[in-house]
Design a protein around this ligand. Structure first.
Ligand code: FAD
Ligand code: UDP
Length: 374
């Protein structure tokens, strides 16, 4: 049997970027994934000629030029700019909160008018606090942007997303709500953003070119006890608690689920992302995948469209673990698992699941680019 320098568990961006760099450094890697396809959460399924983001909409954004140059050296990125629209009871508002939103909300047309309106609303909320600090998300949001924006664009969306009343959620979740006094619907402040031309699978294929890989292979079923027979080192990007057989207890995750359908029309909602910010709809948002990669006439050259309703779902065993739940219990437990991980010889724990930390794509790549591969 072949012998490898590295067995890489997980073909998401961490595993794939690691395998790319290790291969360039002359190391021999085997990448395995328990899913039937490669790419982890950035994998796209082609439906009706459209790249459908099967595990959630992914928009690449970074201010790090080395990361941007690196991903573009694998596949060129397009100029997609994330500009979600919010639908509250049939009325549309631009996000993030900016002059367009303020115009739609109050009819104000200058930054002075908008600021006066926000100040007036904030003053009401601050008076109610009577000098004390905001104690929950509702109070925090009211003192940042006031009642109108809170009620129409934050309250019910946040309750759907977190499954709890805004009064029972911590203030910090919403501390950094951007408020822009310019007409600018770009959701991200980063210098670079886009989607790989031809889809994320091209990025993964490029990273894994020439690397041996096996799909539908679960590390625990096939390699846990025997991996040292085939590789010198292990890169593990699965869930950290699972690696240790949950011996200290199970970490909690938050998950989302999708209802995806084909619509027999070229253009369903004219935007990739529309947030539904009232309880009238049970889903948080609808993604229309073609708008990530098709612009202008090409939208109409493709006669159908694929849309996904996104639901925030309580995590249960067997579901996809998506977001770590960073409360005190989980943070402390994850720290204990990290101590066990640090004591594990020849094993690198990487990625979102392996570190039990939420990372966007660019920081994951940055981490791997900064690793010393020996
Ligand atoms: P993953 O992509 O999860 O890959 C881990 C892989 O390991 C999976 O393929 C899994 O099948 C495999 N694996 C696990 N256990 C085993 C095992 N026992 N045996 C074999 N294989 C195993 N980031 C952005 O920058 N922009 C966005 O817009 C964005 N949107 C997101 C939306 C959602 C819903 C989610 C959940 C994340 C989003 N992210 C976004 C974050 C992004 O998905 C991550 O940064 C990235 O996926 C991390 O890559 P990874 O390799 O760590 O993990
Ligand atoms: N949010 C909101 N209304 C929106 C979009 C976001 O109130 O239309 C709030 C909500 O509390 C959410 C937080 O902003 O949890 C962060 O949302 P974002 O979509 O930026 O992050 P993600 O869901 O991708 O983690």
């Amino acid at each position: 049997m072949d012998h490898f320098d590295y067995l890489v568990v997980g073909s998401g961006l961490f595993g794939a970027t690691f395998a790319y760099r290790a291969t360039k450094a002359g190391k021999k890697c085997l990448v395995i994934d328990k899913r039937p396809q490669l790419g982890g959460n950035v994998y796209c399924e082609n439906i009706e000629g459209i790249n459908v983001h099967k595990y959630g909409a992914h928009i690449f954004h970074t201010s790090n030029k080395s990361v941007w140059d690196f991903v573009n050296s694998i596949v060129e990125f397009n100029r997609y700019t994330n500009s979600p629209v919010a639908n509250y009871k049939g009325k549309l508002y631009n996000l993030p909160f900016n002059m367009n939103t303020f115009y739609q909300m109050w009819g104000v047309i200058t930054p002075q008018q908008a600021q006066a309106k926000i100040d007036e609303q904030k003053a009401e909320a601050e008076a109610a606090l009577n000098g004390r600090e905001p104690a929950n998300l509702e109070e925090q949001a009211l003192t940042l942007v006031g009642k109108d924006i809170f009620e129409k664009l934050i309250k019910e969306y946040t309750e759907k997303q977190w499954g709890r009343n805004c009064k029972d959620l911590p203030a910090f979740i919403i501390k950094r709500l951007p408020v822009r006094m310019v007409f600018d619907n770009n959701y991200f402040n980063d210098k670079y953003q886009g989607i790989p031309i031809g889809g994320y699978n091209k990025l993964i294929d490029g990273l894994l070119e020439g690397v041996e890989r096996k799909t539908s292979v679960d590390f625990f079923a096939e390699y846990k006890d025997s991996w040292r027979n085939i590789a010198d080192k292990l890169v593990y990007t699965g869930a950290i608690d699972e690696y240790f057989d949950f011996k200290l207890g199970k970490l909690d995750w938050r998950t989302v689920s999708f209802k995806t359908r084909i619509e027999d029309m070229p253009n369903y909602q004219s935007n990739a992302v529309v947030n539904y910010t009232s309880h009238d709809q049970p889903y948080t948002r609808i993604i229309e995948h073609k708008h990530f990669e098709m612009f202008g006439q090409t939208v109409y050259d493709c006669p159908k469209t694929v849309v996904s309703e996104e639901y925030s779902t309580e995590y249960k065993d067997g579901m996809e673990p998506y977001y770590p739940v960073n409360n005190d219990r989980n943070n402390a437990l994850a720290e204990e698992y990290r101590k066990l991980a640090a004591a594990e010889d020849d094993v690198i724990f990487g990625g979102r699941l392996g570190q039990y930390k939420y990372f966007d794509m660019a920081p994951i790549i940055e981490q791997v680019l900064n690793m010393e591969i020996i």
